[in-house]
Ligand binder design. Sequence first.
Ligand code: NDP
Ligand code: HEM
Length: 499
Amino acid sequence: MADRTTLTTTAGAPVGDNQNSLSAGRHGPLLLQDYQLIEKLAHQNRERIPERVVHAKGWGAFGQLTITNDISRYTNARVFAQVGKKTDLLIRFSTVAGEQGAADAERDVRGFAIKFYTEEGNWDLVGNNTPVFFVRDPLKFPDFIRTQKRHPRTNMRSPTAMWDFWSLSPESLHQVTILFSDRGLPIGPQFMNGYGSHTYSFWNDAGERYWVKFHFKTQQGHRHYTNEESVGVIGHTRESYQEALFGGIERGEYPRWNMFVQIMPETDVGKTPYDPFDLTKVWPHGDYPLIEVGVVELNRNPDNYFAEIEQAAFSPSNIVRGIGFSPDKMLQGRIFSYADAHRHRLGTHYEALPVNAPRCPVHHYHKDGAMRFFRNDTGNPDAYYEPNSFGGPVEDRKFLEPPLRISGEAMRYDHREGNDDYSQPRALFHLFDDAQRYRLFRNLAAAMQGVPQHIVDRQIGHFEKIDPAYAAGVRAALAEGSGFEDARDTQPPAFEPAE
Ligand code: NDP
Ligand code: HEM
């Protein structure tokens, strides 16, 4: 045993016996003074932290962004400073509704959260695999999530709650159409796009602001399961995404995404037929083309899942010089929500954990609290407040964002008033070929099983406004009793898009 390190207690005392508890006599009872047993049981009781209230099940890996095109005229963010520049990053993918033990191959929106470790602080782009979202006002987010989680009495998920909420919230139609299309069930994290989803802003050294959207297009191609295939996958393994991502990277198959931005001049606001800050809308590529930025590659698995993925804390409030927010109300809500969640889930000093710690110098005056294990004395014990005369860190106005032009009276504005919730889902519906539409109808019908008829009728009324063929297709799939038959085995009916 000479070459093995000696086991110790957490206080460093060498352990003489890690197999047998300390008992009074051969049979016991055990002695309270067996502090080694107590330490072991006590630590086990504290091994779990609260799971994320949403996006609890996730898979992650490390890699880099490499810049391939110069966009520095729009932003002075260091990450985009020159072609060829590489920035380390972490991506955590996730499902939204399932708990930590949920099966991976479930139909759900996928989280696509990126932490860029830039030389001027961490930039977190906490997006999804969809360019839009179900609601456009953060006041509705907790209600929406309630419909995705378990019913308080049955403790089961409730299709009635989901369709009741969606049918009463037509702004959800765009995201609902994506969720029940093929892209609602990718076969693994590598085979889907990522989107920053919100409108953010870029600003440059001249103090000019541009509105921006971020896109990450998979180089692996889009691959999806049908409902029927996913039942087979889940019966075989609940961890299909972990196997695909972790296994792929171990084998040297490094997934890649091409990064793009869409840029809107600041003064275009008010000139588009859609609100550019409405998270239920995209900016059509015809209006604002994709501009190449770089390539993201994932090439290193975490050494410890809990330390590096479970303890990872992403927040839309983590922006860096050259990147700003926008008046998107959902983004505004999220700026508060995430750091608050992290302080609850991980503790006050969550950003000092190695996976969250910036890869640049950090100098702040936040002080004590639980787990204050890191050095933060600003280099001089007398400089513990600001302003001070003792050389403590100070602000630098070159990092100050240009002023954001806003106007208007404070009021609870009706976000549904004058809003067109149908045109963009229609554009998407018209992109699908016959087979894709047929699977969409059957996926929707399968998800509506058992939902009261008046709720189904209300939802079909919305599909009717997108396109009468959309409503007719769902009606026909419902009448067929569509469920978990494999949509690929059945001949799709001919489809005539509405004018
Ligand atoms: P384009 O024809 O220029 O682009 C269509 C977009 O749709 C592509 O980005 C494509 O992604 C994506 N797409 C294809 N199938 C699906 C699907 N099942 N679910 C989600 N996205 C899909 O069209 P427009 O820009 O004019 O937009 C038309 C519609 O396309 C929009 O109303 C929106 O629903 C959808 N869309 C638009 C995006 C945008 O930023 N403009 C982004 C994503 C979707 P890919 O290139 O990877 O195949
Ligand atoms: C996770 C809140 C909308 C993507 C979370 C978490 C909270 C939250 C509290 C858990 C954070 C944690 O414990 O670490 C909200 C609120 C929203 C909102 C209040 C709306 C007002 C969105 C939108 C997107 C999104 C629109 C995508 C465009 C994610 C992702 C995660 C997440 C990807 C998981 C991050 C990770 O991997 O750790 N959200 N969310 N959320 N959210 Fe949201």
